[in-house]
Design a protein around this ligand. Sequence first.
Ligand code: 5GP
Length: 192
Amino acid sequence: MNFLEERIAKDGIIGPGNVLKVDSFLNHQMDVDLFQKMSKEWMKRFEGKNITKILTIEASGIGIASVVALDFHVPVVYAKKHKTINLIGDVYCTEVYSYTHQRQNHVVVEKRFLSSEDHILIIDDFLANGCALRGLLDLANQAGATVEGIGIVVEKGFQDGGKEIREMGYQLESLAIVESMDAETGSITFRE
Ligand code: 5GP
C-alpha cells in the first residue's frame, strides 16, 4: 500500500450509499502535510508538462489544488457551483450532477480566468461516475485550453468514471484506486 492507501485504510469510514468518508484528513479536517506528499507524487507523474493553471471545483478540491499550485507555481481556478444561472456574467457554464448531494448544479468559470493559451492540470478529491470531471473538461474545452493531465486523490474503481476518462485519452493519475469497500466489515481493497 502507498502512503495514501494506508491512510484511507486507517481513517476512512464507509458510509451509506457507497460513500467513502475521509473527513478526518481530506474533506473536512485537512492534513496539508499529506497534501504536500500527494503533490510531490503528481509532480513526478506530470514531469515535463508545461502547466499554466490548476483547475478544480468547489469545495473540497480547493485545498488540495492550492497545495499543488504551490509546487507548480501557477494560479488555481476553481469552478463555482450555482443553483441558477441568473445574474452571472461572462462565464463558461456547464451542468454537473453532484453524487454526494444528489442534485444538478450549474458550474461556472469566468471567461477571463481560462483561455486557449492555458495548459491545465485538473485536480479533484474523488472520481466516481465522472460527472464532476466531465464538467471540468467541458469548461476547459469551451475555453479552448489544453488539458495536460488530471490528478485525482481517490478513484472509486468500481464505478465507471475512470475507465471512461482514460478511454477519452487523458492522462489520469489517481493516487489511490479503491477496488471494493465493505460497509459491514469496514474493509477496503485497492487496485495494485
Ligand atoms: P462523480 O462526479 O465522479 O460521480 O463524483 C465525484 C464527486 O462526488 C467528487 O467531487 C466528490 O465530491 C463526490 N464523491 C463521489 N464519491 C464520493 C465518496 O465516496 N466520498 C466522498 N467524500 N465524496 C465523493
